[in-house]
Write a protein that binds this ligand. Structure first.
Ligand code: FAD
Length: 476
């Protein structure tokens, strides 16, 4: 089925109550006139890809936790459905309404509460933009453990709600590993405060972990306490051209062996992605096209030691003919330029494909990862454009397909094929983007019926009126 102009089935028992003028007046009494938007809200109704469009009449912009609590309390009493929205860069249609749910935007929840520069502990509101947080902690000699191409717009609350991965997951691990505590508001308005800044706390269920990846279906994350790593003194990047996916795996093995503890990112993309970014203005430092490319980064504490290691690794993979060509950055500007080849892929794909772009984010055992791209190409024929890139060090492939104009029926060849293929090869249909609206009906390809049933039980216990982001993740 096409996602373009997608009209979700309206399940009767989920139907939100009609919003009335009294409700809007009540919300104004909580957040003030300026916190209530009823016009020019098209942007809040449309996702980053322009594929999912809701018809919300109301956007609320609270500034603090108490306001969110008061809003949700009212929504719960009146059974008004709510979609939490942060930077609205999500890629699975989770952050926009399906029908006329109220959009609760965290754009104004952007205060940093504290930073401890001995332990590297950051406490902030959930609406802080990731890149701005990174700039702030850099002033103290730290970095955010998470980095992704949407960093200029996405917010830490949205990152937590999607359990975002990104390019440095390989080194700094998941948000589960970095979150120390959290404050969130339940659908009935209860404020749950677990905003501790201690590293060890084995007292009962670890509730923040339940909220990480909950995609706005259980409540609203209002603040977080996280441990952030020290800013590396030395950052180096190597860019390699490789002629087969088998050789990429040999290089990955060599990178782990030669670079060890300083390896911070291992990203790949294929020739199709390279041609696309070059078409859209990126500067490929290598002067001829190859089959595959790698961007490998190190974060370390001693420049000469790191460069020495990286140079030996670089020479090794060229001498062994694992890599065909390559270059190394010698300063920060060059490192950024090399990263641009990889980081601009998503934006170029959006520009090139518009609503004809279909994005799949899967993880699976490395040896068979690229076979999904080849099999998809074979299945769709030469008219479809099929791209493969991703976080190779995390077994995470981004399969992107641009279907030809006026051939929407081709989507039936892609779904559920991609999900079935992934299931058959013991993978996950969502490595990092989440489920949202896009994969709601395909959750069974990655989770057992018992697991989905347990998720439903948790959802019903916490949100019995199903006001939080209904229609997303699974059917209740
Ligand atoms: C160019 C680009 C590159 C990307 N690269 C990556 C990548 O490398 N790795 C990766 O993992 N993802 C990536 N993404 C997708 C990723 O999910 C988002 O960019 C990001 O994590 C979402 O944050 P956001 O603030 O935009 O959240 P939104 O899109 O606004 O929301 C995402 C979901 O979280 C819910 N939500 C938002 N805020 C809250 C809150 N405070 N409480 C409860 N629920 C909430 C929403 O309802 C929605 O379901 C990329 C996206 C783009 C556009």
């Amino acid at each position: 089925m096409s996602q373009v102009d997608y009209i979700a089935p309206k399940e009767d028992h989920l139907m939100p109550r009609q919003l009335e003028e009294e409700d809007v007046n009540h919300f104004k009494s909580i957040v003030g006139e300026s916190g209530v938007l009823t016009t020019d809200i098209e942007g809040y109704n449309t996702d980053w890809l322009g594929k999912y469009k809701g018809q919300s009449q109301l956007v609320l912009r609270p500034k603090n936790t108490q306001q969110i609590s008061d809003i949700l309390k009212h929504c719960n009493q009146r059974k008004l459905a709510v979609v939490p929205q942060a930077g609205n860069t999500g890629l699975v249609g989770g952050s926009v309404p399906v029908f006329d749910e109220i959009v609760l935007s965290t754009n104004l929840m952007n205060q940093i509460k504290s930073f401890d520069d001995v332990s590297g502990t950051l406490v902030c509101q959930s609406g802080c933009i990731l890149e701005q947080l990174n700039e702030k902690v850099m002033e103290h000699g730290y970095i955010m453990p998470l980095d992704l191409a949407a960093k200029g717009s996405c917010q830490i609350g949205g990152n937590l709600a999607t359990s975002a991965g990104g390019i440095r997951y390989l080194r700094y691990k998941s948000l589960h590993a970095n979150v120390l505590g959290m404050e969130f508001v339940l659908p009935d308005g209860t404020i749950v405060d677990t905003l501790k800044s201690i590293r060890k706390d084995n007292t009962g269920y670890h509730l923040p972990h339940l909220m990480i990846g909950s995609e706005g279906t259980l409540g609203i994350i209002t603040a977080v306490s996280m441990s952030v790593p020290s800013k590396p003194k030395s950052v180096n990047v190597v860019y390699l051209a490789v002629d087969s996916f088998e050789k990429i795996q040999l290089i990955y093995r060599a990178a782990k062996l030669h670079l060890g503890e300083i390896l911070s990112a291992f990203e790949f993309f294929d020739a199709k992605c390279r041609d696309l970014v070059v078409k859209h203005g990126a500067n490929d430092p290598l002067d001829q096209p190859y089959s595959f490319y790698l961007v490998i980064e190190t974060h370390g504490s001693e420049g000469s030691h790191d460069q020495d290691k990286l140079s030996k690794f670089f020479e090794h993979v060229l001498e062994e003919q694992h890599a065909t060509d390559g270059t190394m950055s010698t300063d920060e500007t060059q490192a950024k330029a090399l990263w641009r080849m990889r980081e601009s892929i998503s934006e170029c794909l959006r520009r090139e494909g518009g609503t004809r772009l279909y994005k799949y984010d899967v993880s699976m055992p490395l040896p068979i990862m690229y076979k999904l791209v080849s099999d998809t190409k074979e299945r769709l024929g030469s008219e479809a454009q099929v791209f493969g890139f991703g976080h190779l060090g995390d077994d995470n492939l981004h399969l992107n397909i641009i279907i030809p104009e006026n051939q929407l029926e081709m989507v039936d060849l892609i779904e559920p094929f991609v999900y079935e293929w992934t299931q058959q090869h013991n993978g996950s249909i969502s490595a990092e983007h989440g489920v949202g609206m896009m994969k709601r009906d395909y959750l069974k390809f990655s989770q057992t019926e018992q697991s989905i049933q347990m998720m439903r039980l948790i959802k019903k216990a916490i949100d019995p009126n199903n006001i939080m982001n209904p229609y997303k993740m699974f059917t209740v």
